[in-house]
Design a binder for this molecule. Sequence first.
Ligand code: SF4
Length: 238
Amino acid sequence: MPVVVQKEKVGCLVDQLNFAEKVRRSLRLIGEAYEEYGSRLVVANSLGKDSCVVWHLAKRVSPDIRGFIVTTRFKPRETVEFMKQEVARHPELGVFRNDEPIPDELHRTDPDRCCDILKVKPTRQAIKEMNVACWVTGLRCTEGRTRAEFQEVEERDKGLIKLNPILIWREREVWQYLAIHQVPVNPLYAKGYRSLGCAPCSRISAGGDERAGRWVGTSKCGGECGIHTRPLKLDYQI
Ligand code: SF4
């Protein structure tokens, strides 16, 4: 994949590049990947602020770019409402959800397994059904301790490229972009949330770690649901 530089220390770019340079870099990353993968480039839209930026950037590259949303039975009411609005605005957003039975309180007793069933499985399903060769995420390296080592272009699963085009953006720059372009966001941000997930596993937090409010009180606190760390192709088993 001929996109920019893969091995550079992206951490340095967080402070070296200004906002406009970061926007141009992100557009270039998505544009070059779209040239290579065409309709097999698909945006993963979590309905969070970072996904809103990436989705908007992707639409600037081409209005034809598709996306998918993974939702769960535990999403907050506000997120479900926001999802419906987004899908009405963009019917090219596919929605994936796993409704298989799970034990009561699994999110508390074994959140890794809960996320694996409710989030990772439908992500695998989306990648399979949409025939994805390159998925695009809103992951950023300054979000928290678990996100510092990612690269802008990765191939964690053989044959499946992951593009993280806003990896070097700061939280402030995300909000700067959304304000400048008047992009609608999930109303939960107005209540103080900084990182959004399922209702039982998301709290309002403050401080340097944006993801500190996720899975509070469990071994997974401030961690990951698994879609960025678990295999997604795995012979397309779902
Ligand atoms: S965020 Fe919580 S409720 Fe949602 S899938 Fe993960 S553990 Fe389950």
